[in-house]
Design a protein around this ligand. Structure first.
Ligand SMILES: NC(=O)c1ccc[n+]([C@@H]2O[C@H](COP(=O)([O-])OP(=O)(O)OC[C@H]3O[C@@H](n4cnc5c(N)ncnc54)[C@H](OP(=O)(O)O)[C@@H]3O)[C@@H](O)[C@H]2O)c1
Length: 337
């Protein structure tokens, strides 16, 4: 199952699935993951057409899982098929000196854990804009890309202003990974327009709000933090609180349920499609608790779904009642700084 609508030419040499499998969910903060079951599950995702993975150096065993998956994949299908999968990792260093040796060492660790010659996409995160050594790091990463150890350079959680500074320093960036959902629409304020103008793609997370954007929570009383079993659920419950609170979220879920029923899909499908249709968005990352829970068949339905003007108006009508998260939090990524 690889419908054409699920594929996207992310770069001239990388054709990805527009729903990426997110591996923060294997880090331990979302339930215990058993490695053997997790690798077996990775085949199920891949074989269903979900061929693109999003991970990071600090997501527990995620990079090792990619390495082991590639090893078993080559044995099963032949090494010549390895380029049918794409694995996008991140480097999230502590601010400090960013020498060539430090940057090269970090990239080397990811290459070796993931068992690849070249990283498909390295997404760089930086905690402190006051420390301008992020530009040193990015220049070294660009050199490593030019030398072939990284295919493409991306960012995560960078705001529009710093994306502009990076561009003005002559560093070519292909993507920025940010939080974007019907609840958190901050990318629409500045980032999206800048990305469109400069050929930068958005990869989004938090689009299904850790699972809160689902029938399971429709008509339910507000969950207490202790009832939310994953770091992801707790993160996006806080976002809902900042956005407008549980009663308004119930209004949103009810509106989405009406749209979902009309198209015979789910609430999460509608939320995913809405973001996928937005300008500059290349893909939506949906977290996968490998071996614990899966939504493979359900999420595949996003690729057959088309929202109409009436659907979008109903969604925007609820958004108009919420607080402006750009005003409350700032531009994309400011919640980390
Ligand atoms: N760059 C960053 O700073 C950053 C931050 C956060 C996340 N990320 C990336 O984004 C990925 C996603 O993480 P997230 O925290 O944003 O989580 P998310 O994708 O919003 O939520 C994932 C959870 O949603 C539920 N779900 C998935 N499909 C569903 C469906 N069709 N219906 C109902 N529920 C569904 C699943 O819950 P169950 O497992 O309980 O069924 C799953 O564990 C991460 O793995 C990571 O790759 C990046």
């Amino acid at each position: 199952m690889r419908p054409e609508a699920s594929r996207f030419d992310f770069t001239s040499d990388l054709r990805i699935c527009r729903i990426l499998n997110g591996l923060w969910q294997v880090s331990g903060a979302h339930g215990a993951i058993e490695a053997r079951r997790a690798i077996a599950e990775m085949f199920r995702y891949h074989d269903a057409g979900f061929t693109t993975w999003d991970l990071a150096d600090h997501y527990g065993p995620a990079e090792d899982f990619i390495g082991e998956f590639r090893r078993e994949f080559a044995a099963r299908y032949g090494a010549e098929h390895l380029d049918e999968m794409q694995a996008f990792t991140k480097w999230v260093p502590r601010p400090g000196r960013m020498t060539r040796a430090i940057v090269e060492q970090a990239v080397g660790v990811s290459l070796s854990r993931m068992k690849v010659e070249s990283l498909d996409l390295l997404q760089f995160h930086w905690w402190d804009y006051g420390d301008e050594r992020y530009l040193d790091a990015l220049k070294h990463l660009a050199d490593l890309r030019d030398e072939g150890r990284i295919r493409h350079l991306g960012l995560t959680n960078f705001d529009t202003e710093h994306l502009r500074i990076i561009g003005e320093n002559g560093i070519k960036i292909v993507s920025n990974q940010v939080q974007y959902s019907i609840v958190d629409r901050r990318p629409e304020v500045r980032l999206m327009q800048y990305c469109r103008g400069h050929g930068i793609r958005l990869l989004t997370y938090g689009t299904v709000l850790g699972g809160l954007l689902a029938e399971k929570y429709l008509g339910q009383p507000e969950p207490r933090s202790a009832e939310l079993g994953t770091a992801s659920l707790r993160k996006y419950k806080n976002m809902i609180d900042a956005w407008g609170g549980w009663p308004l979220f119930q209004e949103l879920l009810a509106a989405l349920k009406g749209i979902a029923d009309k198209h015979a899909v789910s609430i999460a499908n509608v939320g995913t499609r809405y973001v996928l249709d937005r300008p500059a968005v290349a893909g939506v990352i949906i977290g996968t608790r490998l071996g614990i829970a899966e939504h493979i068949a359900e999420n595949a339905r996003v690729f057959d779904l088309s929202l109409d003007e009436q659907d979008r108006t109903a969604i925007d009508h609820i958004s108009a009642k919420s607080r402006d998260l750009f005003e409350v939090i700032g531009d994309c990524g400011d919640e980390y700084r």
